[in-house]
Design a protein around this ligand. Structure first.
Ligand code: AMP
Ligand code: MG
Length: 344
């Protein structure tokens, strides 16, 4: 069961990456050869594609970087720093892990706990960390929620302390954080044009080699195709949606993004939310949190902060797009989806 689920996840990720990448390469690359590496990390199919001098070596180094961070931050790897924190309650961690935890706590505060880094026991109870999915009883969820709350985490210097039973989950932010680090490695190695795709967490370095914007597809949450194309460069693009990882019991679909208020999979007016910003970590944290908030909460969050743009695909069949990205998002040719612009 565990293996079948993992293989399904990998296949789903491969399909999604293919959709995104095929869109990314629309419009030519000016004859430059793509250096692409594909790999598995963070339970996800990933790739890095770079162009120009030194690209071959750079994509290998970027892959090594993501796999190194996976070892550091995995919640299931017994040798990871996050596993150590979750197991013993008080651990001195590396500067990088401290950075990740501090960022998650900052984003938890900023989003009023919609991003909840201590949700691990609840996520685990639904089986999303093992692939052995089940529907926990209300009593079980209520008792696990006693140990959830980002304010229970204390950080002093490099020492992170958790009360007994409190556990961190890096699932909502780790890939985005790793994508920034991978982009940094590419840039340090002279790459000026690259696309990193960590399972739908995209970072675009520069423009395409032909000087045009990259074309990134936004997947149809109800199907395999894309509903629209984003034209962009030098930024990160991350999508969260229940379609990415879920299971069905008695006709009810249970998605992997959990509302920390009730410990149950989010079921609101949003099907997916795509966030566009300068950094992958911000996009990743926000895409998860905005999905939890729902359309109105997410809109209010954008109006308050304005340091990101977003595209929400909603259950009413419409897209809601913030004004800063509206002219760079085009509905797919045959799509009947109506695009509504969210103004500030
Ligand atoms: P993402 O795909 O980035 O939206 O992250 C979803 C993953 O983050 C899930 O698979 C869980 O491991 C974890 N998660 C689920 N709900 C939340 C939440 N409300 N806050 C933080 N992490 C969550
Ligand atoms: Mg996320």
């Amino acid at each position: 069961m565990l293996m079948r689920k993992s293989v399904m996840n990998i296949l789903a990720a491969v399909c999604m990456a293919a959709v995104l990448c095929s869109c990314s390469f629309l419009g030519g690359t000016n004859g430059e050869t793509a250096q692409k590496t594909e790999f598995l990390a963070m339970d996800t199919y990933m790739s890095a594609t770079a162009y120009g001098e030194g690209a071959e070596n750079a994509v290998t180094l970027a892959k090594d970087e993501v796999q190194r961070l996976d070892k550091l931050w995995s919640v299931t790897d017994e040798n990871s720093e996050i596993y150590a924190v979750n197991g013993s309650g008080e651990v001195t961690v590396s500067g990088e892990t401290l950075e990740l935890i501090s960022f998650m706590l900052d984003m938890a505060k900023r989003t009023g706990g919609a991003l909840e880094p201590t949700l691990y026991p609840v996520v685990k109870a639904w089986g999303f960390t093992s692939g052995e999915n089940r529907v926990p009883s209300s009593d079980e969820i209520q008792s696990l929620l006693q140990n959830v709350g980002y304010e229970k985490v204390s950080v002093s210097g490099n020492t992170v302390t958790l009360p007994v039973g409190v556990m961190l989950d890096t699932g909502a932010v780790g890939k985005g954080y790793a994508s920034d680090k991978a982009a940094q490695v590419l840039k340090e190695n002279g790459v000026k044009s690259a696309l990193i795709d960590l399972g739908g967490n995209i970072v675009l370095v520069g423009k395409k080699p032909d000087g045009e914007d990259w074309k990134i597809g936004v997947r149809d949450p109800d199907g395999d195709g894309v509903v629209g194309i984003i034209s962009a460069s030098d930024c990160a693009i991350v999508t969260s949606g229940a379609y990415e990882r879920n299971f069905t019991v008695d006709g009810t679909v249970y998605g992997h993004i959990i509302d920390p208020k009730d410990g149950r999979p989010v079921d609101n007016d949003i099907l997916s939310v795509t966030v566009i910003a300068s950094e992958g970590r911000l996009c990743d944290a926000l895409s998860t949190a905005l999905f939890v908030m729902g359309k109105d909460g997410a809109t209010e969050h954008w109006r308050t902060h304005k340091d990101f743009e977003m595209i929400m695909l909603c259950k009413d069949g419409q897209a809601y797009v913030t004004e800063g990205i509206a002219d760079r998002f085009e509905a797919e040719e045959h799509s009947e989806m109506k695009i509504n612009v969210i103004e500030g």
